[in-house]
Ligand binder design. Sequence first.
Ligand SMILES: [Zn+2]
Length: 262
Amino acid sequence: MILLCPGLFLILVSFSPAGKESLAVTKIVIDAGHGGKDPGTKGSYTKEKDVALKVANLVGKYIEENIKGVEVIYTRKGDSLVELEKRPEIANSHNSDLFVSIHANSLPKGTPPERKKEIKGVEVYVMGAQNTDRALEVAKRENSVILLEEDYEKRYDFDPQSEESYILYNLTQSAYQKNSLILASLIDEQLKKRAGRKSYGVKQSSLYVLWNTAMPSVLVEVGYLSNPIEEKELNDPKVQAYIASGIYRAVKEYKKTIDTQN
Ligand SMILES: [Zn+2]
């Protein structure tokens, strides 16, 4: 249950401290961002929803083929719009052990071309209240998909464009912060070392899709579509495979770490 007092932006979240009994990994939700009438952000010829889907489906495929005893659940496998609130719901209802959301980034419209050429690389996010650097920008953009959904005012308690809405903290996700950070760091490392991507590191952001997941959750921005070179690379099946493979290896390593602890 979420209660929001207008003006105060006070949020109370019903929270079961018991949470998951075990952090062992047997089910993973792979969430390709956007889809259908929501293209996400755009490069000069690329839609975020297409890059996200290609990478997400590959990540799922690699996990299915190479990690025994792990079931992959996809929030979408084709070009369909899945509402933002449905994504964590899918993960929670399946009692998933991990949630990995795949997106692509861009700089805002009006950014000078020199800046667009300069900024490229991956960013790995966990849920957090401190939106550092461009994290708030990313949160606003990623959350604004809500505005495309019918009756969004009735269903969501916040305005994705209002900065005040982001002064929230979600206890459900904070219970898994440590493990979310472990997975995020492994992904970041793999994408740097194995996939050869430039990285801006692990960051926190108020990303709606991560707020209500009752399991360790990360969101990966696989690159900047606003960078002409990176846009081309993100369309290259070989680069998509490298990125997906990096995320898959990180998941595998995460599972190994958890299994060793148990
Ligand atoms: Zn996105």
